[in-house]
Ligand binder design. Structure first.
Ligand code: CP
Length: 354
């Protein structure tokens, strides 16, 4: 089984994939693979985190990430507590740092935080202090590291199933993505998923192409290590997967008008109208037919059917959208387990210096 001679994971906090080494990424992914079978058992639980407490702090809406962190913690036998902005003292103006210190004072071992502000997870990690694992579940336009990991995990599973060459299949099973090309299409500039995907996929050897209109996929994205293209149809025949991004209406100034399908030409001249966007960048049935036979269609969710992706493509045979959701569970089990173990090791090391 690839990955049995694993490199130790030294990070108590997983705030982004940028800066993680290929060995760190592979340790997370191999651990996820080793935990995947827990969900197939009749009793879907192992005792690895028995007696530990995981706190979910979600200050922005979520379906997939929040539920799968909860389930991941429960499958490892941890206790889970939940806090959302509405109904908590955050709605009375309490800061992130004070909220985190308050939750930590109750004796938690890990904090999962989602917030609309980029950098919120760094603030939380500083406030939590040593001995507490902090995992970023999406902070503004910055990063969403477990989404990046689950995207890698799900795509590798798909490519391994379709690869007939034994040597290439073995490389993929070791999460060596040399020769793999991923297109990330749409509102790349607003996307924390895109930032985590670019960091993770390129660290493992893949080529990543950001595709969209110049306002949503600007040339400056090349600083992250990806290529940039504006013509989707030129890219489609050459990739192994397309990851279709939702337009992040809530992160655009003219979000209200755009969400209603109104032209943005007056209120947001840097953003095309929805009709124009869909005409050039939606993954329609005709465009999906330009993909190579093995290529996968991905979407982090939530999807806006009929805008960035046609319903029949989202539900079609190339779609790995629900495999991405399934992969999130073992990836988040791995992130919780490794970060909590690293936090305990860091605390022991700090105590031995006193
Ligand atoms: N992909 C993702 O983060 O989905 P949620 O917003 O539903 O968690």
């Amino acid at each position: 089984m690839p990955g049995s001679d694993q490199h130790p994971f030294p990070h108590p906090c997983l705030l982004g994939l940028s800066g993680l080494s290929p060995d760190d990424l592979r340790t997370l992914l191999f651990t996820a693979r080793s935990l995947a079978d827990v969900s197939q058992r009749s009793i879907k639980k192992v005792p690895s985190l028995r007696g530990k407490v995981v706190a979910n702090l979600f200050f922005e809406d979520s379906t997939r990430t929040r539920l799968s962190f909860t389930l991941a913690a429960q499958r490892l036998s941890a206790d889970v507590i939940d806090l959302t902005e509405s109904g908590s003292s955050v709605s009375k103006g309490e800061t992130i740092a004070d909220t985190v210190s308050t939750v930590v004072a109750m004796g938690v071992d890990a904090l999962i935080i989602r917030h609309k502000a980029a950098g919120a997870s760094q603030v939380a990690a500083r406030a939590a202090g040593p001995g507490v694992a902090v995992i970023n579940a999406g902070d503004g336009k910055h990063e969403h590291p477990t989404q990046g990991l689950l995207d890698i995990y799900a795509l590798v599973q798909h490519l391994v199933e379709h690869e007939t060459n034994a040597a290439r299949r073995e490389k993929l099973e070791h999460f060596d993505l040399t020769g793999v090309t991923l297109a990330i299409v749409g509102d790349v500039v607003s996307s924390r998923v895109a930032r985590s995907d670019i960091a993770g996929f390129t660290a493992l050897g893949a080529k990543v192409i950001a595709v969209g209109p110049p306002t949503l996929a600007p040339r400056s994205l090349t600083a992250l290590g990806c290529e940039v293209e504006h013509d989707l149809e030129r890219v489609l025949p050459h990739v192994d997967a397309v990851n279709m991004l939702r337009i992040q209406f809530e992160r655009h100034d003219a979000g209200g008008a755009l969400a209603k399908g109104e032209s943005s030409s007056k209120s947001s001249p840097s953003f095309p109208s929805l009709r124009e966007y869909t005409h050039s960048y939606a993954l329609t049935r005709e465009r999906a037919a330009m993909l190579r036979p093995h290529a996968a269609v991905m979407h982090p969710g939530p999807m806006n059917r009929g805008i960035e992706i046609a319903g029949e493509v989202a539900d079609g045979p190339r779609s790995v959208v629900l495999d991405q959701v399934t992969s999130g569970l073992c990836v988040r089990m791995a992130a919780l387990l490794l970060c909590i173990q690293a936090a305990e090791a860091a605390e022991r090391a700090a105590a031995s210096l006193v």
